[in-house]
Design a protein around this ligand. Structure first.
Ligand SMILES: Nc1ncnc2c1ncn2[C@@H]1O[C@H](COP(=O)(O)OP(=O)(O)OP(=O)(O)O)[C@@H](O)[C@H]1O
Length: 276
């Protein structure tokens, strides 16, 4: 564990394979009474990398996150946790409506630490909104507070469960870039769950593609755009998006949303200039 504190690794280097492991899943199985769940999942998450979990609805993405967070326990297999602190960001930030943005962030800190809460809010672009109550914030701003709250806890592993799925395209694009920047700056490990292949291709270094009944790994794909400095080359990202889609299609020819970017607006590749 001391390695986690002492080892320095440039967050922009090509591959994080020499970075310390934060989390290891070996043959993790959790089958619910109806036969659904996840079966035999292997996964390693290292410091400095964003690992996506992608697949059709019901393939066990959230179950896998609950297993990682210790809210669910495996029937078989093992989970080794080598991180100090876990942060979480969900689809809805669930802010307390009677507290300001600042107090919502302060609330999660073990002792009231205004400076750290302010820094976290400013890092996600919420300068000037500290005293606003959630009802006065846009959906994207509320999610920024949710991200600030998670990062203020200084996690070394961050779990994100469909964090942008209720947001519009432009807000999502902004927040994807924000998360990418913050994750690099803080050198975290991240598990990013989404059924949106575009999001996954833009943000993740590696993607676990899952299939259903029960949830299992169909493929584990490395993003060729990973490790590139600055804006990821749109051509590489688009090719990776295709590969992820093909892997999902391979497991689920009839999967409604991920099977076709034509039928699912959130999967259409947007104009290049607006890509992060
Ligand atoms: N506590 C439970 N008891 C019984 N079945 C469950 C339980 N939790 C999840 N399941 C089932 O396990 C499967 C996987 O659920 P999970 O929520 O992990 O999928 P998901 O990939 O996150 O789906 P979505 O993308 O729709 O959120 C589903 O079929 C779900 O109904």
């Amino acid at each position: 564990m001391s390695d986690l504190q002492t080892e320095f690794r440039c967050p922009f280097e090509d591959s994080p394979s020499d970075a310390p492991d934060l989390l290891t899943l070996e043959g993790v199985t959790r089958i619910f009474p109806g036969g659904q769940g996840v079966k035999g999942v292997d996964l390693v998450v290292r410091r400095g990398e964003v690992v996506g979990i992608c697949g059709a609805s019901g393939c066990g993405k959230s179950t896998l996150l609950r297993l990682v967070a210790g809210r669910e326990h495996p029937d078989e297999g093992g989970i080794r946790r080598d991180y100090h602190r876990l942060g979480m960001v969900f689809q809805e930030p669930n802010l307390l409506p009677w507290l300001t943005a600042l107090r919502n962030v302060e609330l999660v800190l073990s002792r009231r630490d205004r400076v750290r809460a302010l820094e976290a809010l400013h890092a996600v672009g919420l300068e000037g909104a500290e005293a606003q109550y959630p009802a006065r914030l846009s959906g994207g701003m509320r999610q920024r507070v949710g991200i600030a709250r998670a990062l203020a806890m200084e996690p070394d592993l961050l779990l994100m469960d469909e964090p942008f799925s209720s947001l519009d395209y432009f807000t999502r694009t902004d927040l994807l870039e924000l998360v990418r920047t913050r994750v690099r700056a803080l050198d975290l490990g991240v598990i990013f769950v989404s059924h949106d292949v575009r999001e996954v291709a833009h943000l993740c270094d590696r993607v676990l593609v899952m299939g259903r009944t029960p949830g299992r790994t169909l493929a584990e794909l490395r993003n060729p755009a990973s490790g590139k400095q600055g804006r990821r080359p749109p051509g590489l990202v688009a090719r990776f998006e295709e590969r992820v889609l093909e892997a999902i299609r391979g497991g689920h020819p009839s999967a409604a949303c991920p099977a076709s970017s034509e039928s699912c607006p959130s999967l259409r590749t947007p104009p290049e200039e607006t890509l992060p």
